[in-house]
Design a protein around this ligand. Structure first.
Ligand code: BGC
Length: 802
């Protein structure tokens, strides 16, 4: 399989959902799953279309409680394109026999192809070749071209092209009991000589979405004059054409689709916009050309090539999967996302799991985007800035100061975490306490700082970033309490990233004390907040202190907390995940491994057994180890020294070993962090974990979750292992530092990054690293390699021996 294609040569109904998610096409404005255009939603197929940030809230009564969820809405299905011989059955994977099959995602050009030979009950065979795009350069446009060849029959072929607005949210089985009808139809039209038209509205958020579709059928390049049967039925608009086709003859159906919403800028009204725009939108071929150009430009910046020593290439070899991950990252958040006021969702716009919500996963996603397309990160950070007031209100309501951002964020920035979730293993609805993960606030502050460090964008920091960071610092100061006994500050009743622990065994209330990750991050945020008040232009500092009423006594408190935060250790320098972690029981891993084939979701297993993960020393994902993921050893040493705690470098491998052995990998983010933290100390294992991170979606190693949406944090995180861990590219202060070290199995790694307006190309092997300055606004570029600083002129290359 070439390194740019994801190919499936057989049809497997049980894998359809997974493949649809992996073959999703999108452009950062909307995305459509890679479902067959001949199917509708059911147990096997799920042709979802989602708008970036297209949310709606619905209430449902569950166990006598009214619960409300905000969902990413499944929008009308524009794919619908069916065909049959008059009087026969529709050709589709379910209705017809499949004589040959190929579904291929061309990652380089963003094209999804289906080539299928169908045979109906009468033995009549049609060869279908479909190419599909969601235009990367024009965010409102999608198109498909379907050539239909009759292999053995002369007759009348019916072709139905439609937009189906009768769809509901049915993509996640666990949500099956929840209300799922998000759309109401506002306008529809199916008339001769005009494109199909449908306008719907989400029932609560009143987001209006207009779609138009123009269908053209040609034979030997000539458009056919046809009078289709018109369909306009309760949200389903379509046209059914009858075309005479001879044996061995081919007809080509072209469908061009336009999507506009009431949130679009530079329009009057979305229906008018979609109808006007389709008039000036060209046909499939010219669209394909400009779409390919947009992807070519994206890959020119973002491609990573890796050459590994293994001669035999497997189907899912790393280079292809890395590209697939970059591809989905760029389809979720692209230039087309800028100005949309959306965040970056944990599961992409690829499915309905986690309802399109924005979590702390940004932490894993930004590093790669920022060094490729910093303007996208800037726009995504503004999504948080615009929700600062809601975060302030949330902090006040909880009795804190500053701003408390939600664990799950959607349209308005209020807390969107569900209050109960279903354990499919026990069938029970269980309280969901994950909103106790206040550490998301530290991630937001960290992301702002890192963006600033990578870009030097003082205008952003000054006008937007600083305010958010300062308000988050204020929140951390107000949630911290002073414990006289220890002469230290503490953070009580929260949750760390490990979602398997939300309470102490037998406690009546959720919450854990002194989660080490949270406490260190809070320390870091308070330190950075003080730093921000030093580096901003003086007049802006004055403005911020006036507006936010920041006083000297408040900054003194920040200073004090950032010197006296409590971190707890056990077993000789093991950083305790939280206070009394050491008192929990060890799990009998062997017993569970024997009893259940997959123990990744130990929370579900234990709950179904009437037990709880809260009783055990097990973690769903990296928690303490996040510290080694985010900070270098010297940075951590400085932080611990600031807190007056010892920190020996030997602490790192010891803690890694301790927690890796207690992780169930219930979150795909664990593979990323574990690969990362071992990148230097155990290159073999690091590579093994990296491969796991690569497999997590393509092989659906969590068993059924990818069909509900990709895991964008793990996808981006795996790419970032190459950039930051193996190539060793890190921003620190005003310098881009490089310190490569490849896993033994990698022969060569090549990539480009953009840093403060300069473009650099990197090529690293086991023996040497070549850095070329491709272009720069300055004549020379200063960078760090290992411990030393060097300069490069535009067009020049420097070679380093490793
Ligand atoms: C993980 C979280 C993550 C969320 C969304 C959960 O399974 O535990 O850390 O933010 O998925 O990706």
């Amino acid at each position: 399989m070439p390194a740019w294609n994801l190919t499936y040569n057989t049809y497997k109904p049980q894998e359809e959902g997974l493949r649809e998610a992996l073959c999703t096409l999108g452009n950062g404005y909307f995305a459509t799953r890679g479902a067959s255009a001949q199917v509708s939603a059911g147990d096997i197929h799920y042709p979802g279309t989602y708008l970036a940030g297209g949310y709606n809230r619905l209430k449902t009564k569950i166990a006598d409680r009214d619960i409300e969820n905000e969902d990413l809405v499944n929008m009308p299905n524009w794919l619908c394109l069916k065909f049959r011989f008059t009087g026969g059955q529709w050709f589709s994977p379910e209705n017809a026999a499949i004589r040959s099959y190929c579904r291929e995602l061309d990652i380089q050009n963003g094209i999804l192809t289906h080539i299928v030979v169908f045979e109906d009950e009468q033995g009549r065979r049609i060869r279908m070749e479909e190419q599909r795009i969601v235009h990367m350069g024009d965010r409102h446009t999608a198109a498909m071209q379907v050539s239909l060849t009759s292999e053995n029959e002369t007759g009348a072929l019916e072709v139905e092209s439609a937009i189906d607005g009768t769809v509901q949210n049915r993509g996640v089985k666990r949500y099956g009991e929840l209300n799922s009808r998000h759309l109401e139809v506002l306008e529809s039209e199916s008339v001769q000589d005009r494109p199909l038209y449908l306008k719907v509205q989400t029932v609560q958020s009143e987001l209006r979405v207009a779609m138009t579709a123009r269908t053209r059928i040609t034979r030997k390049g000539k458009a056919l004059e046809l009078a289709p049967k018109l369909m306009d039925d309760d949200g389903y608009v379509g046209k059914r054409y009858t075309v005479d086709i001879k044996k061995k003859e081919t007809i080509v159906v072209e469908k061009v689709v336009l999507v506009h919403t009431s949130r679009d800028i530079a329009i009057s009204e979305c229906g008018l916009a979609a109808r006007a725009r389709i008039q000036r939108t060209p046909g499939f071929e010219p669209l394909l050309k400009t779409h390919k150009l947009a992807w070519k430009q994206l890959w020119r910046r973002s491609d990573i090539t890796l050459t590994d020593r293994r001669k035999k290439r497997s189907d899912h070899h790393p280079e292809m999967v890395v590209r697939l991950h970059i591809f989905h990252l760029l389809q979720t958040t692209s230039k087309q996302t800028i100005n949309l006021d959306v965040g970056v969702p944990a599961r992409g716009w690829h499915g309905e799991a986690y309802r399109g919500h924005i979590f702390w996963d940004e932490l894993y996603i930004y590093p790669f985007i920022t060094l490729q397309h910093p303007e996208i990160t800037r726009s995504l950070l503004l999504y948080r800035y615009r929700r600062l007031d809601t975060a302030r209100a949330a902090a006040r309501a909880a009795g804190y100061k500053g701003a408390m951002f939600p664990w799950q964020s959607g349209s308005s920035g209020r807390e969107e975490t569900q209050t109960v979730h279903l354990n499919p293993k026990s069938g029970r609805w269980i309280p969901d306490n994950s909103h106790f993960q206040k550490h998301v606030n530290a991630a937001i502050a960290f992301n702002i700082w890192k963006y600033f460090e990578s870009t030097g964008d003082m205008q952003f920091m000054s006008e937007y970033g600083a305010e958010v960071l300062l308000e988050i610092a204020r929140f951390w100061a107000s949630i911290s309490t002073f414990n006289k006994d220890f002469d230290r500050y503490e953070i009580l009743k929260v949750m760390g990233p490990d979602e398997y622990h939300d309470a102490y065994p037998d406690a009546d209330e959720p919450g854990l004390d002194n989660n080490a990750y949270t406490n260190v991050m809070a320390t870091w945020v308070l330190t950075q907040a003080l730093n921000v008040l030093e580096i901003l232009p003086e007049d802006r500092i004055e403005e911020l202190c006036e507006t936010l009423h920041i006083t000297e006594s408040e900054t003194d408190l920040w200073w004090d907390i950032s010197r006296k935060m409590r971190i707890i250790f056990h077993d000789d320098n093991i950083i305790s995940q939280f206070e009394h972690y050491d008192r929990l029981k060890e799990l009998d891993w062997e017993k569970y491994r024997e009893k259940y084939t997959n123990i990744q979701r130990m929370d579900r297993i234990l709950e179904a057994e009437g037990d709880s993960p809260n009783n055990y020393k097990i973690t769903k994902q990296a928690d303490v180890l996040m510290l080694f993921y985010l900070f270098s050893a010297p940075e951590l040493k400085t932080l611990f020294k600031q807190l007056n705690y010892p920190f020996e470098y030997e602490t790192i491998p010891k803690n890694i070993d301790y927690y890796v052995h207690r992780t169930t990998y219930g979150s795909s983010l664990s593979w990323v962090v574990h690969s990362w933290v071992m990148a230097r100390s155990d290159r073999k294992r690091s590579w093994k974990f990296f491969l796991k991170a690569l497999q997590s979606d393509i092989n659906d190693i969590q068993g059924g979750t990818t069909r509900e949406g990709i895991h964008l944090g793990a996808m981006a995180g795996s790419v970032n292992i190459l950039q930051e861990a193996y190539m060793g590219i890190k921003t620190r202060g005003n310098i881009l530092w490089v310190n490569p070290e490849l896993p033994e199995v990698l022969e060569k790694l090549e990539m480009q990054v953009r840093y403060r307006g300069s473009t650099l190309a990197f090529e690293t092997t086991q023996e040497m690293c070549k850095i070329t300055l491709l272009c720069s606004p300055e004549n020379t570029f200063k960078f760090g390699f290992k411990e030393n600083l060097y300069e490069l002129k535009v067009g020049n290359t420097r070679k380093f021996h490793i």
